[in-house]
Design a binder for this molecule. Structure first.
Ligand code: ATR
Length: 273
């Protein structure tokens, strides 16, 4: 956020419902300040029925960029002027950026997932398993395949996993208990198991020594899955990194400037205290 909001300050924000506790304003405002960008970022709690009016407001008020979160990532696609190729294939938009007088949708969740994983490993040629078949899974699977990884999708509801695998070009799909039989280098949990609970989606015995285990759940920051991974000699990677890197990609999409990752991390940590 700039020191003073003036007539020149550009406005960005996030639309989501319920607003709850989002760390996005803290992260983006810290990044704007660090990069000397005269912009402010706020959260808008928008129930589903109000999304069309909210997007009309984005147009009329001239907002520069809007992050789109749950439950609006699919519905927003029909309300904007253009959706880029990646977001169309994933089937979800998490970022709407003004380009002259047009609102253009993109998806940075897959970039966030890839950049987070790349802190620990290359992706090309790696064997990856993704747990879950919802919106988060679609972005993670898309990202892994873009980078040349081979992906197995495992989900409680197997036909959902099969559909996702077929649409995005994953190698195979199956039930979650198949993990124990699958040699893998990378495991990503995109299910909600572990969110504000001490459960893991998989038994610790199914985890492989040396593999990278990323949990999209970031509340709590160290989930049961990540603790089990560390105990088994795997390399745990917290969901906060996915969130930080997807925010970084949003920042870069609008500003054209490299995002200050340490600043985003610090703001993420401070907002959770
Ligand atoms: P998102 O868009 O955040 O990915 P979602 O579409 O609701 O959310 O998907 C939630 C995922 O968590 C799904 O893969 C869901 O499995 P189902 O497709 O079988 O519903 C998974 N999930 C939720 N609760 C679960 C549980 N108790 N055990 C296993 N998987 C669970």
């Amino acid at each position: 956020m700039p020191e003073a909001i003036t007539a020149a300050t550009r406005l960005c924000g996030i639309v989501l419902h319920p607003a709850g506790h989002t760390r996005s304003p803290a992260m983006h405002n810290a990044a704007f300040a660090a990069a000397g960008i005269d912009a402010a970022y706020i959260a808008f709690d928008i129930p589903p029925d109000d999304l069309p009016d909210a997007i009309a407001g984005v147009r009329t008020l001239g907002l520069a960029q809007i992050a789109v979160s749950i439950p609006h990532k699919e519905a927003v696609m029909k309300l904007i002027d253009d959706v880029d190729e990646e977001a169309r294939r994933i089937g979800a938009v998490n970022t709407v950026t003004r380009r002259e007088d047009k609102l253009v949708g993109s998806n940075t969740d897959w970039i966030g997932s890839n950049r987070a994983l790349e802190r620990e490993t290359e992706l090309a040629g790696k064997r990856a398993v993704v747990l879950g078949a919802g919106g988060a899974a679609r972005a993670v699977v898309f990202g892994l395949i873009e980078k040349g990884a081979e992906v197995h999708v495992l989900n409680r509801t197997v036909d959902r996993a099969e559909r996702l695998a077929q649409q995005l070009g994953a190698k195979a799909a199956g039930p979650i208990d198949e993990l124990a039989d699958l040699d893998h280098d990378i495991l990503v949990n995109t299910t909600s198991v572990g969110l504000r609970s001490d459960e893991s989606p998989v038994p610790a015995t199914a985890l492989r020594e040396g593999s990278v285990v990323m949990d999209a759940v970031y509340d709590p920051e160290t989930t049961r899955l990540l603790r089990d991974a560390a105990d088994r000699g795997a390399r745990p990677l917290g969901g906060k990194w996915m969130l930080i890197y997807q925010a970084a990609a949003q920042f870069e999409t609008w500003t054209g400037v490299d995002a200050p990752i340490e600043v985003l991390e610090h703001a993420f940590d401070a907002a959770g205290r």
